[in-house]
Write a new protein. Structure first.
Length: 106
């Protein structure tokens, strides 16, 4: 949907996907890295699903950037990457014991 002459394009489903990704980033920053990563990965998976299912492609709103196949592959790859990265992060690492700065501060 586009308003004629204004240059304003309604992004539709993009708002939902971007909002969920933003919630995931905030959750990773302030509460829990793993749950934030899961929510962010879920947002990418949801975006891939919407882009794959929405026909005609203009129904996908701002998720339509390239060809349907490439958009779905990129969103799935981002989702898998974020999911793996958030699942394998070591949140209980004892970094201070491994650096010379932390050893003389104790």
């Amino acid at each position: 949907m586009q308003w004629r002459g204004s240059g304003f394009v309604v992004l539709g489903w993009w708002y939902l996907v971007a909002g969920l990704a933003a919630v995931g980033v905030l959750l990773m920053a302030f509460l829990d890295v793993r749950w934030g990563g899961r929510i962010m990965a879920g947002a990418f998976f949801l975006g891939a699903l919407i882009r794959f299912v929405a026909r005609p492609s203009r129904k996908a709103g701002g998720l339509t950037v390239r060809s349907r196949t490439l958009d779905v592959v990129i969103l799935l790859t981002l989702g898998i990457g974020v999911l793996i990265a958030s699942a394998t992060v070591n949140v209980r690492a004892d970094v201070s014991g491994r650096t010379s700065i932390g050893s003389h501060l104790r």
